[in-house]
Design a protein around this ligand. Structure first.
Ligand code: ATP
Ligand code: MG
Length: 209
């Protein structure tokens, strides 16, 4: 399978995960937001996959760019533009690479997180997807440095994102809708942090890790 085909397989697995976990993500968002996150993500990744299957991307970067465009145009609210930015930054980081190395994959993830932080002005501890994505990028970099393949890099990222999503539970929020809830957000996991974990887990699984 070419790297481009693998990228499409990753997105297919992500779309399946958003379908499978739609209700759970919506439940999390109904506890501290407006209850649309599962539907937003499901709609967005469905559109992304549709766009990809019609697009015949030539490189992994082309595929990620198509996903970005679909997310930005089909998902309203906070998460669409944020994830759209993440995929666009990842595409830019991988531009011109036909067969990205594990280090390239880790760098693309780091670029994606940087885009989310810049666009959403969130830092670790604000109870957002950044709490999952930032440690994921760190773990990915370490895994690549110690010789892991792309699948292992994404698996390490997913595990760190899983732990990162758990760390959002006791927090109050400083960004997004949950910010208006003050102490009432305590005890609930941030839906965007959870979807970040689910997306990385899907990516790792698509690469057999
Ligand atoms: N400024 C931000 N920076 C990073 N992540 C954010 C920010 N604002 C929201 N999020 C993430 O987006 C998630 C909510 O996504 P969702 O799809 O529910 O959009 P939304 O907040 O309902 O959008 P809107 O309020 O505009 O309808 C949160 O759980 C959080 O992880
Ligand atoms: Mg919402």
């Amino acid at each position: 399978m070419s790297a481009t085909e693998k990228t499409v397989a990753v997105v297919r697995e992500m779309a399946a995960a958003m379908e499978e976990h739609r209700r759970h993500l919506t439940k999390l968002d109904s506890e501290i937001g407006d209850g649309d996150h599962g539907n937003n993500m499901h709609r967005g990744f469905g559109a992304a996959l549709e766009r990809l299957e019609g697009a015949e991307p030539a490189t992994p970067a082309d595929a990620l760019k198509a996903v970005s465009m679909a997310l930005i145009s089909k998902v309203g609210g906070a998460a669409g533009p944020l994830y759209g930015t993440a995929f666009l930054r990842a595409a830019t980081a991988l531009a011109g690479k036909k067969d990205p190395s594990p280090e390239d994959v880790a760098e693309a993830l780091e670029a994606a997180v940087g885009g989310v932080k810049q666009r959403g002005k969130a830092e670790v501890g604000d109870k957002t997807m950044v709490d999952a994505l930032q440690p994921a990028a760190g773990a990915a970099k370490e895994a690549a440095a110690s010789g892991g393949g792309a699948g292992e890099v994404l698996r390490a990222a997913a595990e760190a994102a899983n732990e990162g999503s758990e760390t959002t539970v006791p927090l109050t929020a400083r960004r997004g809708r949950a910010n208006y809830l003050g102490e009432r957000a305590v005890g609930h996991m941030d839906p965007g942090a959870r979807s970040s974990y689910l997306l990385l887990d899907a990516a790792a699984r698509a690469l057999g890790a």
